[in-house]
Each structure stands twice: as structure tokens, then as C-alpha cells.
Design a protein around this ligand. Structure first.
Ligand SMILES: Cc1cc2nc3c(=O)[nH]c(=O)nc-3n(C[C@H](O)[C@H](O)[C@H](O)COP(=O)(O)OP(=O)(O)OC[C@H]3O[C@@H](n4cnc5c(N)ncnc54)[C@H](O)[C@@H]3O)c2cc1C
Length: 409
């Protein structure tokens, strides 16, 4: 039986942000019902980080995140919970032991088990008194007699003093995240900034590249828009796939291509410095190298990639000593500024997150209460913020989930 003397809170969506919000809201003494569209909580946590779950980054800067809203507003939200305090919460309150993968600067569970992360969060929510209702796809939110009425598409109806929206985004729509939350929030009166797939693999039509499928290496990737460099990745993983390109370097840059396409703008140019070695270092290696040109390349790059580059340069069987100045110049360009022929993207089907969404300008950044719908709070991917690969997106989900759960006014 609902206890009429306690404030009631409905949390819509039992993902990373919703579970965190429910835990914090319950600790405030409220009666919490967590409505989940599917039959399971935290499906994305389960599949995250290759099922290892990269819970947090080891360090973070504001430019690890992307938003079309005010960066200052985003900064205010991050100020509410430091990385360290968040990590401490996981270890002390949730009981999740974390280990830092030093080469990538990422925190993972010591168990390397995404299932442990999901299970411990759900356990904490249940122990805190949260009631979880599965198969409850929320489709409508409206005010009623000073409270909020939430209706699901299968005929259930709930009432509460306050509602937290944590329905995620559009990425991997087959597991229950297809923008349903965006649709009912638009109907309820919020602006939805145009959404787009982010952190998704890119496609390419070059058959020579497809033949390299499975080869991975660390690269430096730069994106040029209108001839100007608009993005450079840190040296990070690149993977040839049978349809194009993936790996953190590509995923982190993919939204530059997708947003340009969405806005009808000029397609940006993607240039790769294979191995991230400076042009002058390659130059010296070629000048001082003995034997075939390809042997110099093979010291630093995977053999099949070297063969492709040498073929493209027309330098098969050539010796370093025979290289003409122009040939060396063209080879250096292929090694350090190789243009990737991008022809499309994998979209939401493979995207890790959604760009765009509810603008920060429509949210009180101290509390995450909607400025349009008092008593409604927002958290997680539905807000117009996403981070690069590396635990940044979960950090956003935990920070915003906590703030929305606290329910300050
Ligand atoms: C393959 C993959 C790997 C990833 N790995 C990492 C990683 O290692 N580290 C990292 O930081 N980030 C990672 N991410 C990103 C991360 O998963 C998301 O940023 C994060 O899950 C967003 O949290 P959220 O709670 O906002 O949304 P979600 O976790 O997507 O949760 C939304 C929940 O709401 C439910 N829902 C949707 N609509 C409704 C509705 N109408 N009514 C009721 N419930 C609804 C959904 O079923 C879901 O349970 C990964 C993403 C993917 C796809």
C-alpha cells in the first residue's frame, strides 16, 4: 500500500542514470517506483566496455564532452560530484571494487564483469526500498491535481509528486532505447535538440581497406572541415572492419561526419597518421633505412597495412636509397595524413550514445529539475551531452542520476 505521508517519486527508465537516481531518491526517504520498459534493468551496463564495463575515466576535462548547449551549464553539473567522490561511492556504498587500467586511463571493476556493476546497483536500489516495475513503457506524462500522472503504453497508470526521466537515447534501439522518452517529453512541452548517432563506426567503400578487416593499431586521427583542423584524437585505437572503420579513434570522431551530413554541410575530411609518428621521424627513418622501403615501414606498422600503403605509393620492391624526393614526400603524406574515404556510418544500430536531446538551457543545472515542467527531473543520455570513449558517458549518467535523485528544489 502506498504511504500517503511520504513523498512519492517515479523514475522512468532503469539504466545507469535511472538506477543511480532511484538509489539517491530512496535515501532521501521518498517512496520510489522505478518503471522499466523492458524485462531487465541496465541492459546497456551489461553490454558496456565489451562486457567489462568501463565505469569511469581516471581523469576528465570538459572538452572530453560534446554539447550544443552551454558548456558552462554542463560544467556546473559536473561540479556537483567529483570523479573521486563518484568512485568512492561505488567502492564504499555500492561495494564495487575498481581497478585502473593505466595504459588507457579507465576504471573497470576488479572482476571485469559488467554484470557485477548492474547487479550491485540493482541490489542497492532494492535494499533501499525501490520498487521496480518491469514491462512498463512510459508513453505519457501530464500534470494532475498538483501531482504528475504517468501512463504506460500497456495501460498502466502511476501518480507521484515528482518524476525522474532517465529513458536514455536512441542507440541500440533493439534493446529498448529508441527515443520513446524523447517523444513523450516533446509532447509534454520540452524542446528536443536534433538527435544524431555518436560514437558509431564509419563506413567506407574501399575494397583494399576491407581486405585489412581485423587489423588494429594506435593512430592519431584528425578531422578537417572547410580545410581547417576541427578535431584531433589522442593517440588511440583504430580498427579496419569489413565495412569500414572503427575503434576509439573513429568512434570519438564519428559525430563530426554525422552532424555535417545531418546539417547538409560539407563532408569533413578524416586524415590518419598511422602509428602517430611525426613526419620528420619517418623522413629520417626512410633516409637512414637500409634495404626495401617496406622493411622500414614494417618496423612500425602491421605488415598488411604496409603492403597496402606501398602499393598505393607505387613503391613495390623499391629500395630506400632509390627514393626520389617527390616519392618520399608522397609516401610521408600516406603515412601521416592518409585520407580515409568515408561513405557513411553505422548509425544508432551500433552507436554507443546519442548526441543532441533536451537542451541544458531547459534544465536547472543545480538540481536537474526541468524549467518547463516543475517537479520533473532529467538525467543521463536524454540530455544534450555526451562524452568520448573512456568511461565519460557513464560518469555523466552517475553524476546526473545522483543530482536528479537528490531532488533539491
Ligand atoms: C555497446 C555499448 C557499450 C558502452 N560502453 C560504455 C562504457 O564502457 N563506458 C561508458 O561510460 N559508456 C559506455 N556506453 C554508453 C553508456 O551505456 C550510456 O551512456 C549509458 O548507458 C546512458 O545511461 P542512461 O541511463 O541515460 O540510459 P540507458 O542506460 O540506455 O537506460 C535507459 C533505460 O530506460 C529504459 N527506457 C527507455 N524508454 C523507456 C520508457 N518509455 N519507459 C520506461 N523505460 C524506458 C530503457 O529500457 C533503459 O533501461 C556504452 C554504450 C553501448 C551501446
Amino acid at each position: 500500500m502506498p504511504d500517503a505521508s511520504r513523498p512519492s517519486v517515479l523514475v522512468c527508465g532503469a539504466g545507469a542514470a535511472g538506477l543511480t537516481a532511484a538509489i539517491f531518491a530512496a535515501q532521501n526517504g521518498a517512496e520510489i517506483t522505478l518503471l522499466e520498459r523492458t524485462e531487465k534493468a541496465g541492459k546497456k551496463i551489461l553490454m558496456s566496455g565489451g562486457t567489462r564495463c568501463n565505469v569511469l575515466p581516471a581523469q576528465m576535462k570538459l572538452n572530453d564532452y560534446f554539447t550544443d548547449s552551454s558548456v558552462n551549464r554542463m560544467k556546473n553539473i559536473f561540479k556537483s560530484w567529483s570523479l573521486n567522490a563518484c568512485k568512492q561511492w561505488f567502492e564504499d556504498e555500492i561495494g564495487l571494487k575498481l581497478a585502473c587500467e593505466t595504459h588507457s586511463n579507465k576504471w573497470f571493476p576488479v572482476s571485469n564483469s559488467a554484470k557485477e556493476v548492474r547487479n550491485l546497483l540493482l541490489k542497492k536500489a532494492l535494499e533501499s526500498g525501490v520498487q521496480v516495475v518491469y514491462n512498463a513503457p512510459v508513453e505519457n506524462l501530464e500534470p494532475e491535481n498538483g501531482k504528475w500522472r504517468v501512463r504506460t503504453s500497456n495501460g498502466k497508470s502511476f501518480e507521484a509528486n515528482r518524476v525522474i526521466i532517465s529513458t536514455g537515447g536512441y542507440s541500440i534501439p533493439t534493446i529498448g532505447t529508441d527515443g520513446m522518452g524523447h517523444r513523450f517529453m516533446k509532447k509534454a512541452g520540452h524542446t528536443i535538440r536534433p538527435v544524431y548517432a555518436a560514437l558509431t563506426p564509419l563506413l567506407g567503400t574501399n575494397k583494399q581497406h576491407h581486405a585489412l578487416s581485423g587489423i588494429s593499431l594506435d593512430v592519431e586521427l584528425s578531422v578537417y572541415t572547410g580545410g581547417k583542423k576541427t578535431f584531433t584524437s589522442e593517440r588511440s585505437g583504430f580498427l579496419f572492419t569489413h565495412r569500414g572503420y572503427s575503434g576509439p579513434a573513429i568512434l570519438d570522431a564519428s559525430h563530426h561526419y554525422i552532424k555535417a551530413k545531418m546539417n547538409g554541410k560539407e563532408t569533413p575530411v578524416f586524415r590518419v597518421n598511422w602509428a602517430g609518428i611525426e613526419r620528420e621521424s619517418w623522413n629520417q627513418a626512410l633516409i637512414n633505412g637500409k634495404g626495401n622501403v617496406i622493411s622500414v615501414l614494417k618496423e612500425k606498422l602491421p605488415a598488411r597495412l604496409c603492403e597496402m600503403i606501398i602499393q598505393k605509393a607505387g613503391l613495390e620492391q623499391r629500395k630506400t636509397a632509390e627514393l626520389k624526393k617527390e616519392e618520399r614526400r608522397d609516401l610521408l603524406a600516406l603515412l601521416t595524413e592518409y585520407e580515409l574515404p568515408i561513405s557513411g556510418d553505422e548509425g544508432y544500430r551500433k552507436a554507443e550514445v546519442t548526441g543532441g536531446g533536451i537542451p541544458l538551457e531547459e534544465i536547472n543545472t543545480k538540481t536537474l529539475e526541468s524549467l518547463k515542467l516543475p517537479g520533473v527531473y532529467l538525467c543521463g543520455e536524454i540530455i544534450d551531452v555526451f562524452g568520448r570513449i573512456g568511461g565519460f558517458n557513464f560518469y555523466w549518467a552517475w553524476v546526473t542520476g545522483r543530482l536528479a535523485g537528490l531532488g533539491q528544489r
